[in-house]
Design a protein around this ligand. Sequence first.
Ligand SMILES: [Zn+2]
Length: 509
Amino acid sequence: MNPTATPIRAATACKALLIILLTFPAASALANSAAHYFESVKQDPVKLRQFLQQFPKGGDLHNHLSGAIYAESYLAWAREDGKCIDLDTHIITPPPCGSAANLDEIMADASRTPMEPIIDALSIRNFARRSISGHDQFFATFDRFRSAAMGRFGDMVAEARRRAGRQNMVYLELMLSLGMLEVAQLAAHSGRLDRPFGQRINHAEVDTIVDAVVKQLDDIEIRQKQLLGCSSEAAVTPTGCDVTVRFQAQVLRTFAPVQVYAQTLLAVKLIQADPRVVGLNFVAPEDHRIALRDYRQHMRFVAELSAAFPSRPAGIALHAGELTMGLVPPEDLGWHIRDAVATAGATRIGHGIDIAYDDDMDGLLKTMAKQDVMVEINLTSNDVILGITGAAHPLPTYLEYGVPVTLSTDDEGVSRIDLTHEYQRAATTYNLGYSQLRGFARNSLQYSFLPGARLFDNPEKGQAVSACANQDLGSTDTSRMCAEFLAASPKATLQWELEKRLSAFEARF
Ligand SMILES: [Zn+2]
């Protein structure tokens, strides 16, 4: 017998007991009939799916727009747009097709060219059957469908909104990289990091890119509203039209330092210029050699640029600690989360998987809880990309320390999931109670980058700030003070809408 087996098993058992103690619904929640019903169907995947699909989930704060789209949609749009596909590499390309296949021709006769392997190549579907890691398959998909996305951003937002609406969600914070390649190109030609601030990049040229992105956002808005059929005259609101959408500018972290700097500058300028852009994020594989090499420098870029503008960016969310033993050398583990919080001033961490490797995990977790730094948990993504599942995932540890968390999808199209799937996965894997899931839903708006004051002092307990204390949450009949508070805060207004939906949902049980 392995001599270390007994203590490990004992520790695991202790942790399991702790999770049960921590997650067992409080007495008041048990009395709640929705919580009761939830416990009764937790082991029934069919009834649990239905319950969680209808359960009001607030929003999805970690959702990359290009990864949110299902392969079937990309193929349909690329076909309509006359695009092509290389049948060996499965990369979609713009016309003329040359040696690549014309998508319209091959899709018109499915008997000759089966679409199944193409859909597999554009997602992680069936990847376990192939001789490729989840990590490599996952990230390879983006190059394959990149061309299909061009000219279709409005269609993509419409798809994400409609899917969210069907799942009783009210908010999406979508990440996208508009203008990032252009500004990176500008920086490659004329950027100089050794110059003083203001002279490193030509700010006037960056401002021209800002204007072009704002115009693109206008076009996206018009197109997606058209597709969804959102109009004030409609008798019944079409699915998705009541889902509020905001964007995060995503910086690609695998470029040269001056290019990452320029992208961060663009992100900050976009947040200043357009209220639809509410935050910034750093993306692309965190284990990429350049992302690892330049990580500390990137965090300093964020700190410097967010301090250099009159109103600090509304939101800094950073992918940090999406790493694990074996994927990178041990020296690269255990400090990205700390640096994102301490140097860059991130108020939201994406993934946070490698927390166990920090030199003082206990101290860091206490700091995160105290400073109210939230973690966006992406269970399926962590399983596929990192092979982290079950007890190896730090979600229970974050909960134990009172670090705020919410659930998100990361790339629901590539992973072929939706947010309901992630709630179901969390509930069954970690035996979570109804009040905890409701806390996740509330956190998704409480920690969103929407402007305005927050509704809750304590989201999990449903304890509202003093202006709305002692009010029935979600009620249409509120005190004048509460009504004024809500009117002044777009964030709290949406939070109130979530409470209205939660009350209606819970009243059904
Ligand atoms: Zn992500």
